[in-house]
Structure formats: C-alpha cells, structure tokens
Design a protein around this ligand. Structure first.
Ligand SMILES: [Zn+2]
Length: 302
C-alpha cells in the first residue's frame, strides 16, 4: 500500500438462511419439510451479532422473507444493532429456476415483508446461490422496477453451480443506466478470476490464504472486497442431513468448528462496514439529477 493511502474498508455480508435452505442440499430436503425442521437461526444470529459487536464490525444481512416472517424479532435485532437489512428473496429459489413473473413476486414479497417488519428501507438484494448471470440479466431490470438500488448477485468466477466469469470484478451497472451490481470479491491470477469472497473456500482453505487474498485486493485493486458467510457455518451442532452426496457433505460440513475463530481473526485483521456505507458514493444519485446518463449529457456544471 502507498504510505499515504487510507486502509480499505471492506463490505461484510451475511446471507440469513438456515442449514435446511441451502441450495446444494435442496434435492434431499423437500421445501414442504422446512416447517418441521429444527430452526437454529436465532441462536446463530445472536452469536454473530455478539461477534460483530466485540470486533466493532458492521455488516449487511441479506435476509430471506421466509425467515423474517417467522422470526421478526431476529430482523429487528439486526437493525437495532446498527446493521443494514437487505433482501435474499422470499423462498431461496435460484433465479435461474424462476420465470420473470415468479421472480418479481418473490422479490416484491420479501422486500415488503422486511420493510414492514423492520421499518427501514430495503435497498439491496442478493440472489440465492449468486444465480444471476449472462442468461438472466432481465432479473436486474425487475430488481430496479421493484425498488432495489443494488444487487450483489453476479459472481465473476467459473463454478459448477453459478458464476459469470467475464463479468467485471468491481462495482458496475450491467445494464446501461440500470441497477448497481456489487460483486463478491475475486482475485485476478494469471488472467482468471478466483473466488475470494468467503463461503466454502474460507472454511476449506487455511485462513492465511484468505488474508493474503484480501491484502492483495487492497494493494493491487484498491477496491473494497465483498465478503459473505452464512449463520449455519458457525454451527457445528446443526442436524446432519442424510443421503447427500460426498461432495455436498464435504462442502457443507468441512471446518464448521473452526469458522467462528476464523471470522474473529478476519474481523480483527481488516476493517468492515455495511454495503450501503462502503459503496455510498456509487449508490448516491449522480450530481445534478437522478435521470439517465444521456439526459445529463451536455449539462455543464459551472
Ligand atoms: Zn442463500
């Protein structure tokens, strides 16, 4: 880092869903069984809020409408602690599985519920399993039309379940004049983007690699990293799901018992804030007006 440079403040995010709502386990967990499962979201969110408080970190919580309507006090606790509440949709369906009409209903319902319960404006949305990409950019139009101001849904990597490897790594507007996309962090290595935003990789690989990746993003890219994790990832005692593939079992359960201590170090080693604060400048209406860029062309600022 240049000696005069300010340290970068990164964006900390939590996807608020429970262990039985994870997309990779969906084939083994019928949606209509969700109601009968032991929900562990309350205690896990409380632990996360304590951890953030201890370390002076603020974060954005992308929350499912399904969780919010059953645990409204959890949502209110998040907001009362000074964090940003944002939407993860209602029922954790991948956008790739939804028609434009069904997607509109899902995000409208979730945003309305969250706003009613918490009494704050919901500006952000994250697609389940980062399921917005080259094949369904129409979803960004729907998000803008339903009142969202930013999305954090396009992961510019190659992965078996998601990703748009050629998408920009920094904040951008995929559709001209459209909604702002704030992508999860990646590392540019030998012409390829590697995931550096948390999730399974953060649990699987040694912490030192994640730390090095974030330091490199600070030094080379000088942009804030968007990092994410889930409440179930700090919960080694969660009920085990039977009948899942070896790959899913590994991805879901590896190093759960190490996660909380690892997060503690991450919060200590870097500066963290909510999405709407970290990206306040990019989110602000541009000088002069809120119209489309072509409307502003030719307007001179004296
Ligand atoms: Zn999710």
């Amino acid at each position: 880092m240049h000696p005069d440079a300010q340290p970068v403040t990164h964006a900390l995010t939590v996807d608020v869903e429970d262990y039985f709502q994870v997309s990779a386990l969906a084939p083994q967990i019928p949606r209509d069984s969700w109601e009968t499962r032991e929900c562990r979201i309350e205690r896990n969110i409380d632990r996360i809020l304590d951890l953030f408080e201890r370390r002076g970190a603020k974060a954005t919580f992308f929350t499912l409408g399904w969780i919010a309507e059953r645990y409204p006090h959890v949502v209110r606790r998040i907001v009362a602690a000074g964090h940003e509440l944002a939407s993860h949709g209602y029922g954790h369906e991948r956008v790739t599985d939804l028609s434009p009409k069904a997607f509109r209903e899902d995000v409208t319902r979730a945003r309305g519920q969250l706003e009613d319960l918490a009494g704050v404006a919901i500006r952000g949305y994250r697609a389940p399993s980062f399921s917005i990409g080259a094949g369904n950019l129409w979803a960004l139009e729907v998000l803008a039309e339903t009142g969202h101001e930013y999305s954090s849904s396009i992961y510019p990597v190659r992965h078996d379940h998601y990703g748009m490897p050629d998408a920009p790594r920094e904040p951008h507007r995929p559709l001209p004049g459209g909604i702002l996309e704030l992508p999860p962090a990646t590392l540019r290595v030998a012409g390829r983007n590697l995931p550096a935003a948390g999730g399974g990789y953060f649990r699987l690989l040694p912490y030192a690699l994640s730390r090095r990746a974030l330091r490199r993003i600070e030094r080379v890219d000088a942009i804030p990293a968007v990092f994410y994790f889930h409440p179930w990832e700090i919960d080694p005692l969660q009920p085990r799901i039977a009948g899942i593939t070896a790959k899913s079992r590994f991805r879901h359960y590896v190093n759960l018992h190490r996660m909380e201590a690892r997060l503690e170090r991450l919060l200590q080693d870097f500066r963290w804030q909510r999405m709407d604060q970290v990206f306040a400048k990019a989110l602000a209406p541009q000088a002069g007006d809120a119209g489309r860029p072509e409307d502003r062309a030719g307007v001179s600022v004296a």
